[in-house]
Design a protein around this ligand. Sequence first.
Ligand code: AMP
Length: 216
Amino acid sequence: MEKRVIFLGAPGSGKGTWAVFASRALGLAHLSTGDLLRRELSQKTALGLEAERYMTAGNLVPDELILKLVDREFDSIGGFILDGFPRTLNQAEALDDMLARRKLALDRVIYLAVPVEILVERITNRRVCLDCGAPYNLLSKKPKQEGVCDDCGGRVIQRADDNETALQQRLAAYEQATAPLLDYYRAQNKLVRYENVGAQTKAREAEFLDLLLGGA
Ligand code: AMP
């Protein structure tokens, strides 16, 4: 499958959850800059250590570091879902260039719309597998064995930035730097909106895949 799609939305809007589901269902690569950064950090690379202070405070990591991280990924993948990238106008323009250089184009951008009070509840109860990125939630989807990933047996943790203080900063960064991308992609006729509230039922999974593939 050669679809090239961006998932756009605030922290806690469900980008990661839907990206894990849709990438497995459609055989697309799932590229999450947050996951890539956390991996760099757990391996204590220079890039990871430099990014850490921004991430812990809930601020965006400088574009230059992010672009270095992302550019090399495109050499080895076909179709993809981008989760958490781009997050600034500068990153969106750099992405257009990276794709144009490879004679590729984006198919669509899915905007996951969620009211802010639900974002806060989701984030504070969120857990994630450090190895495969599988998402969990203490209210709606606990791992069967505490702290262990159902899918890969990896370590399930609470992210250091999933607390109220960092979250307020992340929401502010989203509003200021990332929300303008909605207009950017609307102008390119690529933007579709998905109201991401409620449980992930089979019916909603089918509806979501339809939206991603350009159906109904
Ligand atoms: P996420 O897992 O997408 O919520 O990202 C976690 C943190 O990593 C963010 O709060 C930022 O500090 C950093 N980050 C991830 N992706 C980007 C990006 N595209 N641009 C800048 N910072 C990013």
